[in-house]
Ligand binder design. Structure first.
Ligand code: PLP
Length: 504
């Protein structure tokens, strides 16, 4: 097992570390408050009480009424329920939902699904920082529109939208307004009354709370339909016994939030760390481009394009150093589809594949940032090109069967059951790579293959550090390779496989 010397977690828009007070609260609830809030005896009354106070605490923070807040399994579920509710209520007398091309997939995929039922969806364009083009929006919203969906803060860019103005315009045309507030909550003030929105969604795990619980805000009077049917929980709008430990953990996470907004202690500390990071990046990587605007953005997020440097390499390099960041593109499809957000703001597919998102937390220190900058500087100043990235199409039959190629398959046994290995593969476990080093040839070209393309660059960098040269990896892993070469997969996969550990 290779160990990381230092851990710097810069992927807080993906999820956050759970706060210690939240763990304590959840532990207490799991141990002592197991009563079902719907049952009719003493221990259940205590659970019902905790459910009510948790709801009131979270609603209070949002300036909502407790009865306007519903607990769900996650924000994805909230987004689905909100959109389906508005659709069921208004369609087909009204036909259109307006949204933006940079919404979270839980919004865009729900809309794609409803298109199959006849819904018309229109996408308001955004500028190069992801800000909605107000003129275009004004021109597009009309009386056929029954819902506008626009997220408050974009998860990839950190860009903040003028939700109040967007909602005002929607209402002027008789449309409802829904804002996915998942990335805004805890970072900037979210006051549903002041914003004058009809619906909003939230997720606990983005604010140091537990995974598996979200919330849905529906203004009193806004149409709401159950999405999950069954019992009468959540006043009949969300069936299923409440995960009380998660809900109480969510409320505790909300209690732990510092006062958001400029000038408050925690956020001014984050502003400063982010400013140093921006300045430092410009000095260590000339030509890097910030896609996150300096104003109208949350101070924890920086989305950066590093021209000429594929993100898979930088991510892997940083991962080896213990730094977790996320790429602006999904690397697990055969075409290596770039992020829909980045292409919507005008990046080419190539630029999108050269883009990384850094998302800080309140705990990120100046020293974390300096460490990250040093690692990035080391990466950009590295001269040698001993690691090559192969598209699945490049890894064709002749390369695959070339005896000079040593195929190192680092997938788990579960992944190997799902997809057979490439012919002549040498199988080894990702997390035990140091044990396998003695088997690997120094005189051959090693091609590392993982399942979806994310782990192989990390191992390629690890092998490089261990003195191996002439390394490559397949950027989309076995999943993408099989999609690119179904015929080769049926002909050769699973033949002549060696499991390295069994050779001693
Ligand atoms: N909306 C946004 C903007 C997000 O960033 C996310 C999570 O990445 C979601 C919705 C989905 O949240 P959940 O993980 O709770 O389903």
């Amino acid at each position: 097992m290779f160990r990381l010397r230092r851990k710097v977690y810069l992927d807080n828009n993906a999820t956050t570390a759970i706060a210690p007070a939240v763990v304590r609260k959840m532990h207490h609830v799991l141990k002592h408050q197991y009563g079902n809030p719907s049952s009719l005896y003493k221990i259940s009354y205590a659970s019902a009480e905790l459910l009510a106070t948790s709801r009131a605490e979270i609603a209070g923070k949002l300036h909502a009424q407790p009865e306007e807040l519903f607990f769900t399994g996650c924000a994805t579920e909230s987004n689905n329920q909100i959109i389906h509710s508005a659709f069921e209520h208004h369609f087909p007398s009204k036909t259109t939902i307006l949204t933006t091309p940079i919404e979270h997939p839980s919004v865009l995929s729900t809309l794609e699904y409803l298109k199959t039922k006849g819904l018309r969806v229109e996408y308001v364009p955004v500028d190069s920082c992801g800000r909605i083009k107000m003129d275009a929006y004004q021109a597009m919203v009309d009386d056929s529109c029954f819902l506008v969906c626009a997220m408050f803060v974009n998860n990839e860019l950190g860009t903040i939208q003028d939700i109040r103005e967007l909602a005002r315009i929607a209402h002027a045309h008789g449309a409802l307004f829904f804002s996915d507030c998942v990335q805004a909550f805890g970072k900037i003030p979210v006051d549903v009354q002041e914003l004058d929105i009809d619906y909003a969604s939230f997720s606990a795990h983005k604010i140091n709370g537990p995974k598996g619980v979200g919330a849905l805000y529906a203004r009193t009077g806004a149409p709401l339909e159950p999405f999950i049917h069954g019992g009468h929980q959540e006043r009949g709008f969300r069936a299923g016994t409440e995960g009380l430990h998660n809900i109480a953990g969510f409320a505790q996470a909300v209690k732990e939030l510092p006062k958001p907004g400029k000038g408050s202690g925690a956020s001014s500390q984050m502003d400063k760390v982010m400013k140093d990071f921006r300045r430092g990046l410009k000095s260590v990587v000339s030509g890097c481009v910030f896609n996150t605007p300096e104003t109208d953005s949350v101070s924890n997020t920086l989305n950066v394009t590093f021209p000429g440097r594929p993100n898979a390499f930088l991510m892997a390099f940083l991962d080896i150093k213990g730094i977790s960041v996320s790429a602006g593109s999904a690397c697990n499809t055969p075409s290596n589809d770039p992020s829909h957000v980045l292409t919507a703001i005008g990046l080419t597919e190539e630029q999108a594949r050269e883009t990384i998102r850094f998302s800080l937390s309140r705990k990120t220190t100046a020293s974390d940032v300096r460490y990250t900058l040093r690692a990035i500087s080391e990466f950009v100043n590295e001269k040698d090109d001993s690691i090559h990235m192969l598209t699945p199409f490049e890894f064709d039959e002749s390369l695959m069967l070339n005896p000079e190629m040593y195929i190192l398959d680092i997938r788990t046994s579960y992944e190997r059951k799902a997809l057979r290995s490439l012919p002549n593969s040498h199988e080894a476990e990702f997390w035990k790579m140091d044990r396998y080093l003695k088997y690997l040839p120094k005189n051959k070209s090693i091609v590392v293959v993982c399942h979806g393309g994310m782990n192989s660059p990390v191992i390629a960098y690890y092998l490089k550090k261990k003195g191996f040269r002439n390394l490559s990896f397949i950027m989309t892993g076995m999943v993408g390779w099989k999609l690119a070469h179904p015929d080769l997969y049926s002909k050769y996969a699973g033949t002549n496989i060696t499991h390295l550990g069994t050779r001693d």
